[in-house]
Design a protein around this ligand. Structure first.
Ligand SMILES: [Zn+2]
Length: 638
């Protein structure tokens, strides 16, 4: 405890000399996977939870004799936006033995150390108050971090083995804290603080860490131990959650490995933060970090699959599928990430879109979700795409490439300018799957394509040590037509050109009909639909959030941000707008008053026709047996 108190004080503890180092870090223990001494040693402590500060000490055993450079990532794999995590480093210093080594900051995320001989030790503090799956978060209730937020990389030595010692926060806060991570242990007890190891920097940042008083549930599936660690107050029916997830996990492993059904990891961890409001997940090679509403968690006595629970299961299924598809089967440009700047690919429709297609489909096929509920979720995806005029101007390949500046940085014009590579990508997967099933008489499906991708590039992506294998390769942008033909015998190159590179509507109604499922589109009935606007009701203010391209509202001059104050001389609210439009015929006009900035403006708007953007899917009662056979192959029995 004495040592820990000194550590908490930060500036007061003497940095150990190289000779003392073995005492500091402790004797080496048996390693789980790789041989040889680590080149870098990290030590991380939640030094001041109330100030949200992690302190990290990094010792570089063999620094560059010309002066070592260190850097923090600008983004985290799986979330395609420049986030510049180094802005949260609030203090940093370096030493070699007892000697202070000057550090010069050379750009927004890199430091250059003056040349020195012998081990270089860098200490720094990271402000952690980002409650998202992408960053780091620390208070007296828990700590969570991604390696990209806290571990400086040693430039030129990223491929070298490293060791991490995780320490608890000061007493009494950390007295009953545990650790949940899939970072390979190198001495730390199960769920305890202590030493961990990683084959290289890539592995180090791919196992986020949760520490605190989480609840733990465990199940076995696909030959692997699975843990669910839930942080935050909750009253989850753990038996229901483990029962449902174990079926989904086993089925996904069997999709890729029909013989044996073994997952490509021995342990998997769902790290879930339960909050009042929030939603998100980030995939890793053997774990996923999730944020969800606590009311979405299953409770004792819950019947059926409420919408919130469906959303949570879909999120878990999505991130789990990524353990194969994007963490091992990858776009060629993602095999080795450059974390200093954007990594471009035109294939996110394949990696995020296909994963979005399979997430709910796996729930259905595992019989966790009834067919009706699955079709309702799928209809929701169709509606999402139909609501975006952006689908007519941007292809999913373009949307993938521009994820960094468009999908991840949405604004009021995004519905007009972009299409989601998640939602439309999922519908492209659906259209491909249904086409393959129909063309092959049910003999082949998109599952065969996934299995070929897995065998071709995914299965051996990592070597035994946990490194990206020397022969690893990814999927090139032009590979898919030939791979689909090879896996299924069906040539879909023309469809891929149109659906992926083009902006034509997908022929979903026709394809679904061949499966005995009928799709009907209905006109939107939300307030403002007949004017071509979306409104949001914030407090007592009715604001225009989006004006759709070529709508009557746009022709009349309304803009996003306008605050509607009167509709035909009456105070504006959602109900007034809805009823005023319902009582007027198409082609008639309506007078709207709105504030833009602080200026009152009047708009005379022609009432148009609401777009067909609501979708409904039902099993056709009159479907013939060939269609029913195809449908059963697609959705699973019963
Ligand atoms: Zn995803």
């Amino acid at each position: 405890m004495q040592r820990m108190a000194a550590w908490i004080d930060g500036g007061t503890r003497p940095i150990p000399t190289p000779n003392e180092f073995s005492y500091w870090i402790g004797p080496m223990t048996r390693r789980t996977r790789t041989a040889g001494a680590p080149a870098h040693q990290y030590r991380l402590m939640p030094v001041n939870p109330h100030a949200h500060l992690f302190e990290v000490e990094l010792t570089v055993v063999e620094p560059d004799p010309e002066g070592q450079r260190l850097a923090l990532a600008a983004w985290i794999p799986g979330s395609y936006m420049i986030r510049e995590f180094a802005r949260h480093i609030v203090w940093i210093e370096a030493r070699a033995g007892a000697r202070a080594i000057p550090l010069t900051k050379i750009d927004k995320h890199s430091w250059q150390a003056r040349r020195c001989s012998g081990p270089l030790t860098v200490r720094y503090r990271v402000y952690a108050w980002d409650l998202s799956v992408r960053g780091a978060h620390l208070d007296a209730t828990h700590g969570f971090f991604n390696g990209t937020s806290v571990f400086l990389s040693v430039t030129g030595q990223e491929d070298r083995r490293c060791e991490v010692e995780l320490l608890p926060p000061p007493a009494p806060i950390g007295d009953d804290w545990k650790v949940a991570t899939t970072l390979p242990r190198a001495g730390a007890p199960a769920y305890g603080f202590g030493r961990f190891a990683a084959a290289d920097y890539d592995e180090l940042i791919d196992h986020p860490v949760e520490m605190g008083r989480f609840t733990l549930s465990t199940f076995k599936a696909a030959g692997a131990r699975h843990d669910i660690a839930i942080t935050g107050r909750h009253d989850t029916d753990a038996a229901r959650l483990t029962s449902d997830l174990s079926r989904v996990c086993a089925l996904q492993a069997k999709l890729f490995e029909p013989r044996g059904g073994k997952a490509p990891f021995d342990r998997y961890l769902f790290q879930l933060m339960a909050v009042g409001d929030g939603y998100g997940g980030l995939e890793h090679r053997a774990s996923t970090a999730l944020i969800a509403k606590r009311t979405d968690l299953p409770w004792a006595g819950m019947s059926g699959v409420p919408e919130g629970y469906r959303r949570l299961l879909g999120l878990c299924s999505h991130e789990y599928f990524h353990a194969w598809h994007v963490k091992r089967i990858k776009p060629a440009g993602f095999v080795h990430h450059d974390l200093r700047s954007e990594s471009y690919t035109r294939l996110l429709w394949l990696f995020e879109g296909f994963t979005s297609y399979y997430d709910d489909l796996m729930l259905r096929r595992a019989a966790v979700l009834p067919a009706g509920d699955y079709l309702e979720a799928l209809a929701g995806t169709i509606a999402t795409v139909m609501r975006s005029p952006g689908r007519r101007v941007q292809s999913v390949a373009e949307s993938s490439f521009d994820a960094w500046t468009k999908y991840y940085r949405q604004d009021e014009n995004s519905p007009n300018a972009i299409v989601s590579y998640y939602a439309k990508g999922a519908l492209v997967a659906l259209a491909l799957d249904l086409t393959i099933r129909a063309e092959s008489g049910g003999q082949s499906s998109l599952d065969d394509v996934m299995r070929l991708l897995w065998q071709r590039v995914g299965k051996h992506f990592y070597d035994e040590s946990g490194r990206v294998s020397a022969t690893a390769k990814g999927i090139d942008e032009g590979d898919m037509p030939a791979l689909i033909a090879e896996a299924t015998g069906v040539d879909l190159s023309a469809q891929l050109r149109q659906w992926v590179e083009g902006t034509v509507e997908l022929p979903l109604a026709r394809l679904l009909d061949r499966m005995g499922v009928s799709l009907t589109l209905r006109r939107a009935d939300h307030a403002g639909a007949a004017l071509g606007i979306r409104v949001s009701d914030a407090g007592s203010r009715l604001k225009v959030s989006t004006v759709y391209t070529d709508s009557s509202a746009q022709r009349a001059g309304l803009s996003a941000g306008d605050e509607l104050v009167a509709i035909e001389g009456l105070r504006a609210d959602t109900a007034t707008l809805k009823s005023a439009l319902a009582r007027r015929r198409r082609g008639s006009r309506i007078e709207l008053h709105a504030f833009r900035r602080d200026e009152l403006m009047c708009f005379d708007v022609e009432i148009g026709e609401a777009p067909e953007s609501e979708a409904r899917l039902v099993l056709s009662p009159s479907a013939r047996s060939p269609a029913v056979r195809l449908r059963t192959g697609w959705l699973g029995a019963r």
